[in-house]
Design a protein around this ligand. Structure first.
Ligand SMILES: Cc1cc2nc3c(=O)[nH]c(=O)nc-3n(C[C@H](O)[C@H](O)[C@H](O)COP(=O)(O)O)c2cc1C
Length: 233
């Protein structure tokens, strides 16, 4: 096949040959959608700070581990980074569509000590085990403590946290109360997409059954099923 404007050639990019903002653009515009951690921290004086972070995910359940990627700012560290370094504590609140605007307001580059939740008119309630509060309107919040901190580049941090407590709004929980399920539609979370302004909703879902090796074997060769169903990643 010849390369024409209608059929442009595939390309590769050597990361080492690119400027930082180009690397950011290529990665952040393709590794998506990303969940958003709406992170509440306190500084050493107890002043509350909030900001959204989409370099975020869970990385295990035993221990229950989440991680945040905090990029440097040219003039000073992000308040979230400074506060986690100072206190080792943070709350991750999740962001439903109804709170997307409010979340966006809290990404403002306000000076240290500014309570972005106050600016956005958001109430908080105390956490159980740590000083930073959680956002009352957020339907899911995780109280976290820092377990590891890696500097993955100049001023660029990867914070690995352990979830101590998980809070869920009652209307999200369905089924057997001893082993509740989360109603994903009711949760209606948003995710971060490419560029500074694009988001997506999590309502466009489809299901795929997982292939199981055992099911392709004659019954006498199959192992007990419980053994094989633990791979939940
Ligand atoms: C949806 C969204 C996701 C963001 N994700 C990140 C991120 O993963 N890492 C980061 O360093 N900044 C991220 N930002 C930018 C920070 O929120 C922004 O720099 C903010 O001012 C930092 O506030 P702080 O100094 O109070 O921590 C994101 C912004 C938005 C709106």
């Amino acid at each position: 096949m010849t390369d024409t404007p209608l059929n442009p050639p595939d390309r590769h990019f050597d990361m080492a040959a690119l400027a930082g903002d180009e690397r950011y653009r290529l990665l952040a515009s393709s590794i998506m959608p990303r969940p958003i951690a709406w992170v509440v921290t306190c500084d050493a004086m107890g002043r509350v700070n909030a900001a959204p972070y989409s370099f975020f995910n869970m990385f295990g359940a035993d221990h229950p581990v989440v991680a945040l990627g905090l990029l440097p700012r040219p003039d000073r560290p992000k308040d979230t980074a400074a506060n986690i370094i100072a206190t080792g504590e943070f709350v991750v609140n999740l962001v439903p569509y109804a709170l997307a605007e409010a979340m966006n307001q809290t990404c403002i580059d306000a000076p240290p000590g500014t309570d972005e939740l106050d600016l956005a008119g958001l109430a908080t309630r105390p956490s159980l085990a740590i000083r930073p509060p959680r956002i009352t309107a957020s339907p899911v919040a995780f109280e976290c403590v820092q377990r590891h901190r890696l500097e993955t580049g100049p001023g660029q941090l990867l914070i690995v946290g352990e979830v101590l407590h998980a809070h869920f709004a009652g209307h999200l929980l369905t089924g057997d109360p001893t082993r509740p399920r989360i109603d994903a539609d009711a949760l209606d979370l948003v995710g971060r997409m490419h560029g500074p302004t694009a988001y997506t909703r999590t309502r466009d879902q489809f299901d795929l059954s997982r292939p199981i090796w055992q099911d392709s074997l004659p019954p006498e060769q199959g192992e007990p099923k419980e053994k094989l169903e633990n791979d939940n990643g």
